[in-house]
Each structure stands twice: as structure tokens, then as C-alpha cells.
Design a protein around this ligand. Structure first.
Ligand SMILES: C[S@@+](CC[C@H](N)C(=O)[O-])C[C@H]1O[C@@H](n2cnc3c(N)ncnc32)[C@H](O)[C@@H]1O
Length: 238
């Protein structure tokens, strides 16, 4: 997905413009505090370039991140100074410490392919929860809420560097979505470059998510967030 540092840096620039990371972090901190008032630590699984983590650092005394991509984790480490950013796979990571909250944002869990992988990821996140901790997972869409044919466009620039992004999403193989994304990046020195990627994400059902939480020993609820986002599954120890 992100095969080198420059792609991770492009993601970082683009998505800060596309999403309100501060507001999302504040919302999730609210979900956590409503269930564990004194929560003071948070682990962001699939933290990407660490933009949410920077915001979570304003709400929690101790934060840490984990991502599969060395390039995304590199950009996160540069952004966050001394904050630990681990390399690892959400399905089987083991950090040897627990947190009052573990979160997995921006549908990153949808990159998993099978229900077994989903179960393993939720179990690994749960193992990192403190006794009465809170797990918050932002899913990808569900089979009945995904809109095939969806087109998204976005552009930003400052006169020296600009990025434009278009994407088109379809459904393949029953429950896998295929998002084809094309980027044009203009730089005053390097000129214009084109790159594209194809992201495959799984449409797990609501039951797949709730079963994964329950198998890990968590009571689970689903909360809507509105704004075209897929909501959150929130887990606390049953
Ligand atoms: C859409 S990005 C979201 C990044 C970040 N959470 C954000 O909100 O900007 C998806 C992230 O999931 C990470 N990822 C995908 N599969 C993963 C896995 N199995 N374990 C850990 N991270 C994974 C990718 O490297 C990427 O950084």
C-alpha cells in the first residue's frame, strides 16, 4: 500500500486536508471517557503517519502507535518525537504492556481479508487492554451500506506543491471492495508525477465484528458517527 517514504509523506499531506483528525480524536476520547472516566493511556493500532496520535496526546498522558508499514511508522515517529511507534501486524502483535484504551481508526481493519484475521486482530487488541479498558474500532462499510460506483475527488496545493486525488470504488468477490485511486503530484522542482494504487477492503458484517469482540470476552456496542463515516464498535470487558 505505502511502498516508500515519499508515498507515506504524500498520504500525510493529503489526509490532513481531507479529514478533521483533531475532532475525530476528541470524539473517540469522549467514547473512551464515557466508559472509563480515568482513562490515561491509549494505543493506536494501524496508526499510519500518527496524525490521530498527535491529537490523542492532548487527551491521554501516555500514547503509543503500531503500524505494519515501516514508511508510515517512520513518518509517525518523526511527527511524534519520543512517542513509541511499533512496527507490527494487528493480527499478532505483542507489546508486553497494556493500555486503558486501544483504538483502530479510519477503517484500517478492513484491510484484513478473512473473519479469522478479524478475530485474531480483535483478540490481539484486547490482550493489550487494561482490566477495565475500552476498545474502539472504526470498521469499513457493511455489505448493506457500501455504495458501489462511489467517486471521490480532492485537490490541494500551495503554489509550490500540489496533489490531486480521484478514486472509484467497486465491489468484487462478493464482500471485497476495490478502490482504484489515482494521484497527480506537482512539485516546482520535480514537475508532475502520476501514481495509482488499488486498495482492497473487506465488507465484514456487523455480526462479524460483534462476534469477534464477544469471542475476545468483550461486551460490544455499535455507535453511529454520521458524516458519511462508518461508526464505531466499542468494547469493554464483559
Ligand atoms: C487508511 S490508513 C489509516 C492510517 C491512520 N489510522 C489514519 O487514520 O490516518 C491504513 C493503515 O493501516 C495499516 N495497516 C494495514 N494492514 C495492517 C495490519 N495488518 N497491521 C497493522 N497495520 C496495518 C497501513 O499500513 C496504513 O497505515
Amino acid at each position: 500500500m505505502y511502498e516508500n517514504k515519499s508515498q507515506a509523506q504524500m498520504y500525510d499531506r493529503l489526509y490532513q486536508d481531507r479529514k478533521d483528525y483533531d475532532a475525530e480524536a476528541a470524539q473517540v476520547a469522549g467514547f473512551v471517557r464515557a466508559r472509563k472516566a480515568g482513562a490515561s493511556s491509549l494505543l493506536d493500532v494501524a496508526c499510519g503517519t500518527g496524525i490521530h496520535l498527535a491529537a490523542f496526546g492532548k487527551h491521554f498522558d501516555r500514547v503509543a502507535g503500531l503500524d505494519l508499514s515501516e514508511w508510515m511508522a517512520d513518518v509517525a515517529s518523526e511527527r511524534l518525537g519520543g512517542v513509541p511507534v511499533h512496527r507490527g501486524d494487528m493480527r499478532d502483535f505483542e507489546l508486553g504492556e497494556t493500555f486503558d484504551s486501544v483504538v483502530c481508526m479510519f477503517s484500517s481493519i478492513g484491510y484484513l481479508r478473512t473473519v479469522e484475521d478479524l478475530d485474531s486482530a480483535v483478540a490481539a487488541m484486547t490482550r493489550h487492554l487494561a482490566e477495565d479498558g475500552v476498545l474502539a474500532v472504526e470498521p469499513w462499510y457493511f455489505p448493506d451500506t457500501f455504495l458501489p460506483g462511489h467517486v471521490s475527488t480532492h485537490a490541494l496545493g500551495d503554489g509550490h506543491r500540489g496533489i490531486s486525488r480521484v478514486s472509484h470504488s467497486t465491489l468484487v468477490d462478493g464482500n471485497v471492495t476495490r478502490m482504484e485511486i489515482h494521484y497527480l503530484v506537482a512539485d516546482s522542482e520535480a514537475g508532475i508525477q502520476h501514481r495509482s494504487e488499488i486498495d482492497l477492503l473487506t465488507l465484514f458484517s456487523r455480526e462479524d465484528y460483534t462476534n469477534a469482540f464477544r469471542k475476545s470476552g468483550l461486551a460490544v456496542e455499535y455507535v453511529e458517527t454520521g458524516g458519511g463515516r462508518p461508526g464505531f464498535f466499542l468494547g469493554t470487558r464483559a
